[in-house]
Ligand binder design. Structure first.
Ligand code: CTP
Length: 396
């Protein structure tokens, strides 16, 4: 972290007091910390304390006491990383919806560097759909979430909503800067999201996959310097991507198959995280099917198993990784898929695990390897799961 310029944006929540420890930890590791606060944050922690600890003036307003302008664009452009902690429901909402009514937000909207945010609020607020949607919007924009932790809250209630401890936040920052471009020069192929199989011009067979895991994987591989081709099914959020990720959008399994075949040969590492439809209608009606009788029979035919096909084409120096979403006899089914599809690793998702599966920001997976080794990971953000997968790929 030596010499890294870190912008710490503190918004007005009780967890703001923990930022004194966070600043100390970062400064101790050699980072240069610039603190920004929302006007309300100063009610929870003293700007003077933060200024002494960071060895820098603390900014809360667009102008300072000498009537000088605090240039948010300059602050934003000079930073290597911005971390917003605590990120209150209010600040998260404004970040998600482009509301820019203080210096912290203006700096956030001008930032070109990676932005991390550590939500902190009461449990029911945290669980509210509106707040979860805003958090999803922010991670969808490529921001990095340091998830709220479970425990005792300022209200006296207990549940998820506590800001991550300063040591945890510092560890996330440290591991972000530790990335060493280990995969520079490597070509990675990733699939994400569902496929839609057309029934007629307006209807399709699909599934609930959102592509979040695939987007997180693409980000994690790109952060290690790899060149990534990301093949997305329909509905995967359009987010700004770094230059070393090339996105290709497809709709049906057949198109995903074709795109995979085109890029597989050059790929050193392939990760199939897409939820590919196993079947498609035998025929697509050319016009909208009208409602006539009481029932409607659809004949479905099997789609190609893309991963299986890639497994048959794989060379000894290529790594092939699949996902398995199971509801029963999970490990056994995943191990069978690993073998049948000639994989090096399979990522097992169990729909029985709370917080795992489609649409959530978190995932709980078990990694199964060709060598028969297994590694069960705890519930963590999808980006952290992706980082763990990348670490395993690097060691392979
Ligand atoms: N997969 C694929 N092509 C398909 C179906 C699945 O490439 N037509 C890939 C998925 O991307 C995933 C892996 O195969 O990486 C396992 O997918 P999953 O749906 O769990 O298994 P299936 O092989 O479809 O078996 P089943 O549905 O019977 O569990």
């Amino acid at each position: 972290m030596k010499g890294k310029r870190i912008l710490l944006g503190i918004s007005g929540g009780i967890a703001a007091y923990k930022c004194c420890t966070l600043v100390r930890l970062l400064v101790k590791q050699g980072a240069s910390v610039q603190v920004l606060m929302t006007p309300d944050a100063a009610d929870f922690v003293s700007p003077l304390t933060l200024s002494v600890l960071s060895k820098n003036p603390v900014h809360a307003n667009f102008k300072n006491n000498n009537h000088e302008w605090n240039n948010h664009v300059e602050l934003a452009l000079n930073a290597d990383l911005m971390i917003i902690a605590p990120a209150t429901a209010n600040t998260i909402g404004k970040m998600a919806h482009g509301i820019c009514d203080n210096l912290l937000l203006a700096t956030y909207f001008s930032a070109k560097c990676t932005v991390m945010f550590a939500p902190a609020m009461d449990l029911d607020m945290h669980a509210h759909k509106a707040i979860q949607n805003n958090i999803n919007t922010l991670t969808g924009y490529g921001n990095y979430i340091i998830p709220a932790e479970s425990g005792e809250l300022a209200s006296g209630l207990s549940g998820t909503g506590r800001m991550a401890e300063p040591e945890t936040i510092a560890a996330h920052i440290e591991s972000y800067f530790k990335k060493k471009n280990t995969l520079k020069g490597k070509q990675v192929l990733i699939t994400a999201g569902p496929t839609y199989e057309a029934i007629d011009p307006v209807r399709f067979i699909g599934n609930h996959s959102t592509g979040k895991m695939g987007l997180s994987l693409a980000t994690a591989f790109a952060e290690e310097g790899a060149n990534v081709v990301l093949i997305c099914g329909p509905g995967v959020q359009q987010i700004a991507l770094p230059k070393n990720i090339t996105r290709i959008d497809v709709v049906a399994a057949a198109q995903m198959h074709e795109a995979c075949l085109k890029h597989f040969k050059q790929s050193d590492i392939t990760v199939m995280s897409a939820a590919v439809a196993d079947y498609r209608p035998a025929e697509m009606a050319s016009s909208k099917i009208k409602k006539k009788s009481n029932g409607l029979d659809l004949t479905l035919v099997k789609n190609p198993d893309i991963l299986h096909d890639l497994g048959t084409k794989k060379s000894a120096k290529q790594l092939l990784i699949g996902f398995a979403l199971e509801t029963d006899n999970e490990r056994q089914h995943a191990a069978e898929k690993l073998k049948r599809k000639n994989l090096d690793m399979i990522v097992l998702n169990s729909l029985n695990d709370k917080g795992a599966g489609f649409g959530t920001d978190t995932n709980k997976v078990t990694l199964l390897f060709k060598s028969k080794r297994t590694k069960a990971l705890p519930l963590m953000s999808k980006l952290d799961v992706a980082t763990e997968i990348v670490k395993e790929v690097i060691s392979m």
